[in-house]
Design a protein around this ligand. Structure first.
Ligand code: 9MR
Length: 385
């Protein structure tokens, strides 16, 4: 206590010296004239409150940015408040599960298009673009495929035909409807020296399977933007650098790769990827689109004000990184309400990771996104400073 008091007295004294110092030593310089007040009307002026409380899709429009959400198709069918909020807030949607291989082709040769078609119809009714997720992923593959490969009844040549056929069939069905596809999802390992994951695709189609998949998808819909998508690549780290090197090589070989998806699954117990703008910039310089594709910010419950503030800052960091990147086209959250988030099921004790609570009411994280969209000038097209 005594020690603390001494420090405080010292600090006060230092402060007093600092304040008194300059005026006794030399005359204070005359303040520079303030610029004339900016007019509070006309283009570029956004008065704070009334125009900030607008749906995200409206606020994002002047940036040319899509704001998206993953959609739970069961909730879409059964929950009116969910459906209305999804339509009102977002200009892009991603299927949380129903466009994955296991869901589209549960039995070999028998496609189950129903749920995916419902999502496409919903998006079209509401003027939303669709980000297709995902053509090739080592998870949520149909059992007939993984078992067939494991027991040798599907050999490498056949797997190649099956994969080509899957990509072609799915991309063609949604040609002109899906704006962009995650062609390969989570292709790299997580360790200090990331390499291509040892999936059935890597094993049986060879290391160039990503280029092949991109070419097959491009042939099926030449207008779709083709992405690679992964988690833990939001900042600069060995894994994002592995993507950077791969992207550079694919571009050099003129393989049709058009974008990189940064999932943005953040967790408050880990460092915030504050260098996301620098990371996205290097992909941007390769001529690629970028997007945050699955943003959520989880933490250990219960909620407190520290965590809430951390969550606001985390969402805003990623959104700002996107706005700072000329070709960052989309900012998508992985579910917009805690009511249906994947987080509590997968991480024990964690949750509250989305911008709306379980009653679909806006949380501070949502207000933060609104404010960043409202306040940000577009650094590439509209900054008039
Ligand atoms: O949110 C999805 C969850 O409902 C599924 O059970 C899970 C199965 O692996 O996949 C979740 O979505 C994942 C996405 O497809 C790819 N990136 C990570 C997402 C969260 O796990």
């Amino acid at each position: 206590m005594k020690k603390l008091r001494i420090i405080m007295v010292g600090a006060l004294a230092a402060g007093a010296l600092y304040v008194v110092g300059p005026s006794t030593a030399t005359a204070a310089p005359a303040p520079r004239a303030l610029p004339a007040a900016q007019p509070k009307t006309g283009p570029g002026w956004h008065s704070p409150t009334p125009t900030t409380d607008l749906p995200l899709r409206v606020l994002a429009r002047r940036h040319g940015l899509g704001v998206g959400t993953a959609i739970n198709v069961t909730a879409l069918a059964n929950d009116t408040a969910y459906r209305e909020r999804a339509a009102r807030e977002f200009s892009a949607v991603t299927a949380e599960n129903v466009m994955k291989w296991e869901s589209l082709e549960p039995t070999r040769g028998q496609y189950n298009w129903g749920p995916a078609d419902e999502l496409v119809a919903f998006a079209q009714r509401n003027g939303q673009k669709i980000h297709g997720h995902t053509l090739l992923w080592h998870n949520q593959l149909p059992a007939w495929l993984t078992e067939g490969v494991a027991d040798g009844s599907i050999d490498s040549a056949e797997l190649r035909r099956i994969v080509k056929n899957h990509i072609t069939t799915v991309v063609k069905r949604y040609r002109g409807k899906v704006r962009s596809w995650d062609v390969v999802n989570e292709a790299f390992t997580d360790d200090a020296n990331p390499v291509l994951r040892d999936t059935i695709f890597r094993q049986h189609l060879g290391p160039d399977y990503i280029a092949d998949a991109l070419r097959w998808a491009h042939a099926a819909d030449p207008t779709a933007k083709l992405f690679l998508n992964d988690y833990a690549i939001d900042g600069i780290n060995p894994k994002s650098t592995a993507y950077y090197e791969l992207a550079k090589e694919l571009r050099k070989r003129r393989v049709p790769l058009h974008g990189i998806g940064f999932q943005g699954h953040l967790d408050l117990q880990y460092p915030l990827p504050i260098d996301a703008p620098q990371n996205l910039a290097r992909f941007d310089r390769l001529g690629l689109e970028t997007a945050f594709t699955e943003v959520d910010v989880r933490y250990f419950l219960p909620t407190d004000t520290y965590k809430e503030a951390g969550q606001v800052g985390s969402f805003n960091t990623l959104l700002s990184a996107c706005l700072l990147t000329p070709k960052c086209v989309m900012f998508t959250v992985w579910g917009f309400t805690d009511k249906y988030s994947w987080v509590p099921e997968w991480f024990e004790g964690q949750g509250a990771a989305t911008p709306f609570d379980e009653n679909l009411q806006p949380k501070p994280a949502y207000r933060g996104l609104q404010q960043v969209l409202a306040v940000a000038s577009d650094p590439n097209r509209r900054r008039g400073f």
